[in-house]
Design a protein around this ligand. Structure first.
Ligand code: HPA
Length: 252
């Protein structure tokens, strides 16, 4: 089992992983966010990609999602774990909460959202009823359980276009739509993985109450987000390390 990890904000490096090499991958869709890192945890190979690029330079709407997913597939990963920071829409989803979403509502526009376009490409409609892969979700849940990390096992992820944060009214509308979380990078990433048949799930890290909610009623504090990110990503790294070890049976 070779796991691919897409790191989001706050996770552009991965502590426990020993870097074996970095590999630039050219794709038919252009360049991925940065060279991919082939790494090892306890001798188990994995592939890591920083979604926003080296130094967090690429905004959510500028990410080349097709190149990123194509490159991971090209390096033969068996499944993809996406880490993404989100705002919590539900009152109970405060900073520091970890969630395994099971549904998506896509509010993005103008992003290259499919591999199936252009000359010679067949018209293809993937099934996306359940956008996240259940077996990958189970790997994440098992790793969190092993560490005693509380993880909310379902939720609807609303993907906003960004890069600005939302208005309070937009968040109220998303709540009425049934969204529990709001982020900017979950789509089209999840759909592209499904198009290539790559099992994919997201670990969402709540770093703030969404606009107008809880302590964000008057605005979102970017300083508070940074502080939460630093505290929470350590927990995420631990979950990923356990997951990689659990997912790959030792041969000796
Ligand atoms: N909105 C959109 N994306 C986000 C947020 C938010 O409040 N927090 C982290 N990513």
């Amino acid at each position: 089992m070779k796991i691919g990890i897409i790191g989001g904000s706050g996770l552009d490096r991965f502590g426990d992983m020993k870097t074996v090499r970095r590999q630039s991958v050219r794709t038919p869709y252009g360049d991925p966010s940065c060279p991919l890192t082939i790494g090892e945890i306890d001798g188990i190979e994995l592939v890591f990609l920083a979604r926003h690029g080296d130094g967090h330079a690429i905004a959510p709407h500028e990410i080349n999602y097709r190149a990123n997913i194509w490159a991971l597939d090209h390096l033969d990963v068996d499944s993809v774990i996406a880490i993404a920071t989100v705002g919590g829409i539900g009152e109970h989803l405060g900073p520091g909460t970890l969630v395994l979403p099971d549904q998506i509502i896509d509010y993005t526009s103008g992003r290259a959202a499919t591999f199936f376009e252009g000359p010679g490409q067949p018209v293809t409609h993937i099934d996306f009823t359940w956008p996240y892969d259940e077996s990958v979700r189970r790997l994440l849940a098992a790793a969190a359980a092993e560490l005693g990390e509380p993880l909310i096992g379902q939720g609807t992820y609303g993907c906003a276009q960004g890069p600005r944060l939302e208005t309070a009214a937009e968040i109220r509308r998303m709540a009425r739509d049934g969204c529990d979380l709001v982020g900017m990078t979950g789509m089209p990433e999840a759909a592209l993985a499904r198009e290539l048949g790559l099992p994919y799930a997201m670990l969402a890290v709540v770093v703030n109450h969404a606009a107008g909610m809880g302590d964000s009623s008057q605005g979102i504090s970017l300083e508070a987000i940074t502080a939460t990110l630093e505290a929470t990503m350590l927990r995420v790294r631990n979950i990923l390390s356990v997951l990689v070890r659990q997912a790959t049976p030792r041969s000796s």
